[in-house]
Design a protein around this ligand. Structure first.
Ligand SMILES: *[C@@H]1O[C@H](CO)[C@@H](O)[C@H](O)[C@H]1NC(C)=O
Ligand SMILES: *[C@@H]1O[C@H](CO)[C@@H](O)[C@H](O)[C@H]1NC(C)=O
Ligand SMILES: *[C@@H]1O[C@H](CO)[C@@H](O)[C@H](O)[C@H]1NC(C)=O
Ligand SMILES: [Zn+2]
Length: 393
């Protein structure tokens, strides 16, 4: 009965005001105003170039956009001319934080929207401006009490190691959150975790000589080839897990020597390990063990082999306890481990990682709209879970 009464006015409106057919590709999943605001915001975000280190202009535009929507916006200077944005409504301390990054990889690609196919492209259309736009618009549909319990954080520098998120994490007076929802391209699926990473550089020192008299020198390239051979063997025996699969190792950049007819004096290799189980320390130990004999031999010959390690992390588990989402794990790194704290972490976003960073980065308008609904759903579900947990305690 109640339902019937509620439906009546809606039916009346629908009859009284015939719906206008949208002129573009197909019907929208959102209200007309959310849909057009989403397209507008997404377009502006892409049109303002924001390759890492050059985020200032977009940051300022977005701050003024959000202030226009009555958010309080705090700018945090990460390095000169580079700002994180923290936005919130009535209160600064909120239970939920929704976050993504405003920087992109180079080069810039201009915005386009093909209304026939519904495809929207351009640099950042997926990674990560699709998430930024959808997250902002998703708040529109929330009830006031929940709306006021959500903050937005848009950071710089995600693509080059996460200095933005780390700066926010280290901010002395920053709020602590119960739930943080991160946005990265996940094809509209909820991510239950991602692999860890460890980067390292092998530096080999040899001794130059004429290539006709190689015994007068020490070939850094020979030593490097041997070292990489050992790592190829090791690669088959790295830790793995059911959840994340195999740990993988990529010889991303290898260079050595100066010319065909010179015994190579130096060689260098940059290698990234995507960790499926265990810790960076364990992988470090395995690599050192695998290269022990090569290193000893290099030193015996009067050369050397050193390894420099980047700061790594093990696999990052995330919550994926919200029903109605397809669930996956991913192999790329994110800002998730860069935000310290005791919060539940979620990772979701529109578009696919397989076109992110490419010259054909694009997604469909429908995916963007679905993301608005999904972020809204995530916020509502995680807030309900959080409050239930509090009641139980
Ligand atoms: C912002 O707040 C002002 C003053 O309360 C109000 O007039 C205006 O409509 C609000 N704007 C938005 C976008 O909510
Ligand atoms: C837009 O998409 C349609 C359908 O996929 C395609 O035929 C058309 O060539 C596209 N237009 C442009 C300008 O790329
Ligand atoms: C993991 O590595 C093993 C051994 O190299 C291989 O047989 C298997 O197919 C790999 N699994 C995946 C998911 O790649
Ligand atoms: Zn990203």
């Amino acid at each position: 009965m109640l339902q019937f009464l509620l439906l009546l006015p809606l039916v009346f409106i629908a009859v009284a005001k015939p719906q206008q057919l949208p002129i573009h590709d197909s019907s929208s999943l959102l209200t007309e105003s959310d849909s057009s605001e989403l397209l507008y915001l997404h377009r502006k975000l892409i049109e303002i170039e924001s390759i890492t280190e050059n985020e200032e202009k977009l940051g300022k535009w977005l701050a003024s956009y959000l202030r226009g929507k009555n958010f309080t916006v705090e700018l945090q200077e990460v390095s000169p001319h580079r700002y994180n944005l923290l936005a919130y409504g009535k209160k600064r301390e909120t239970s939920i934080l929704v976050s993504s990054h405003i920087d992109t990889v180079p080069p810039f690609w201009p915005y386009y929207y093909n209304k026939t196919s519904g495809v929207i492209g351009g640099r950042g259309s997926v990674d990560d401006k699709g998430s930024v736009a959808a997250q902002i618009i998703s708040l529109n549909g929330l009830k006031e009490k929940l709306y006021d319990d959500v903050s937005l954080l848009f950071v710089v520098g995600e693509e080059t190691g996460g200095d933005g998120m780390r700066a926010f994490s280290n901010l002395k007076d920053r709020p602590q959150y119960d739930v943080v929802i991160f946005g990265e391209p996940t094809e509209g699926k909820l991510v239950c975790g991602h692999k860890g990473i460890l980067g390292f550089t092998i530096k080999v020192q040899g001794k130059a000589a004429h290539s006709g008299y190689p015994w007068l020198g020490v070939s850094a390239n020979d030593i490097m080839v041997e070292a990489l051979g050992k790592l190829l063997e090791l690669r088959e025996h790295l830790p793995w897990s059911e959840k994340y699969g195999n740990t993988t190792m990529n010889f991303g950049k290898v260079q050595g020597g100066v010319a065909m007819n010179v015994v190579a004096e130096t060689a260098e290799a940059n290698i990234a390990v995507r960790i499926a189980a265990g810790t960076p320390k364990i992988v470090e130990g395995l690599v050192i063990g695998a290269l022990k004999n090569v290193k000893a031999k290099a030193e015996e010959l009067g050369g050397g082999l050193e390894i420099e390690w980047s700061e790594g992390y093990g696999p990052i588990d995330m919550s994926c306890d919200v029903e109605g989402f397809e669930k996956i794990t991913v192999n790329y790194g994110t800002d998730v481990p860069n935000l310290k704290g005791d919060h539940k972490r979620y990772l979701y976003g529109p578009g696919t990682i397989f076109v992110a960073h490419s010259d054909h980065e694009a997604l469909k308008r429908k995916e963007l709209e679905q993301a608005v609904l999904d972020y809204r759903r995530l916020i509502i579900a995680t807030s309900m879970m959080h409050h239930q947990e509090h009641v139980e305690v």
